[in-house]
Design a binder for this molecule. Structure first.
Ligand SMILES: NC(=O)c1ccc[n+]([C@@H]2O[C@H](COP(=O)([O-])OP(=O)(O)OC[C@H]3O[C@@H](n4cnc5c(N)ncnc54)[C@H](O)[C@@H]3O)[C@@H](O)[C@H]2O)c1
Length: 305
């Protein structure tokens, strides 16, 4: 009985301690927070060839990190590698189709052999078909799940074991606000992003169970961002002052700061920190009515015609 009481007291202490640490990362200015030294850290970014991945790459290169750039589009990561090398940095580019687990294993082993252990793995690549459920093909579903979540299993299988051995590393999942709520015309994307959030939660649980406190994790859930991914679909928002289509540089800066300060969970815009848990205590239909009012569940242009 005494053991149980001590365990519960310990739990209270941990909950308060972790809440205060997390809260401090949200409310203190970035300049006041402790940051990890990124110099010579090996950072692998999937989908580095465009959008958020490309801009994140440049941020890490500015801090002297060694960049390992994966993309299905080799030309895009080759150009980025040349740019970084031209500025005196170190970068390596690889053509990897994340729908192909054997290619992930092959290039993963090549990276470990030629460059060494990865310090920060950023599972960033993503695809969205923006189709209605009735129009979604088996191939659309395979590709969305292949890139948006299945590849996370295979990259983590390659790079987590050496991190565990050294009790040092950081795994970042770029999911989406769509990983927290459903949206019309985005079923393959939202379902695969929900799966990515579930994968990340399980990863955190397994890292905790390993007792290796040197392995850090960050889950990122942005709302729409101005990149090629959704700009073409005409994504809109009903109240841009509350839920804006986010500026790419702003989102990348937030993601970079979250990684550098080892923040576990990042949602942008920050209003969504309150919307997600606040709405979830309501009955299901009430949740959907709120989502509809804010234009969150019918945000692609065809629903506004
Ligand atoms: N843009 C948004 O509105 C938004 C919002 C929330 C979350 N996200 C997420 O952010 C991440 C980055 O998205 P983005 O907006 O920069 O998109 P993007 O389309 O600009 O970049 C995605 C990159 O992934 C690569 N890629 C696609 N399929 C691949 C495959 N099979 N194998 C390897 N690489 C592949 C592409 O070549 C591209 O370089 C994605 O996970 C996306 O879901 C984006």
């Amino acid at each position: 009985m005494l053991d149980l009481i001590l365990e519960i007291l310990c739990l209270f202490f941990n909950v308060i301690q972790w809440s205060l640490i997390s809260l401090s990362k949200y409310i203190l200015p970035y300049s006041m927070l402790p940051k990890k030294d990124l110099h010579k850290q090996k950072v692998l970014i999937t989908g580095a060839g465009s959008g958020l991945g490309k801009l994140l790459t440049r941020k890490f290169a500015d801090r002297g990190a060694v960049l390992i750039l994966w993309d299905v589009n080799l030309k895009s990561v080759d150009e980025l590698k040349d740019e970084i090398r031209g500025n005196g940095g170190e970068a390596h580019s690889y053509e990897v189709n994340l729908c192909d687990p054997r290619r992930i294993a092959e290039v993963g082993q090549q990276v470990l052999r030629d460059i060494g252990k990865v310090d920060i793995l950023i599972n960033n690549a993503g695809v969205a078909t923006a189709k209605m459920i009735m129009d979604t093909t088996e191939r659309d579903i395979d590709v969305s799940f292949g890139v948006n979540v299945k590849s996370h299993f295979f990259t983590v299988q390659q790079f987590l074991p050496p991190m565990l051995e050294e009790n040092h590393g950081h795994i970042v999942t770029i999911a989406s606000a769509a990983g927290k709520m459903g949206s019309a015309g985005l079923a393959d994307y939202t379902s695969s992003k929900h799966a990515a959030v579930g994968f990340h939660d399980s990863l955190v649980a397994e890292v905790m169970a390993s007792g290796k406190d040197g392995i850090k994790t960050t889950l990122v859930c942005p709302y729409y961002v101005h990149t090629s991914m959704f700009d073409a679909t005409g994504a809109t928002t009903r109240f841009p002052s509350i839920f804006p289509i986010l500026d790419t540089d702003y989102v990348v800066q937030k993601i970079f700061e979250a990684i550098e300060t080892e923040q576990e969970y990042l949602v942008t815009p920050s209003g969504l920190y309150f919307v997600f848990p606040g709405v979830q205590i309501l009955p299901y239909k009430a949740q959907k009515a709120i989502g509809e009012f804010f234009g969150l569940i019918q945000s692609l242009d065809r629903f506004h015609k």
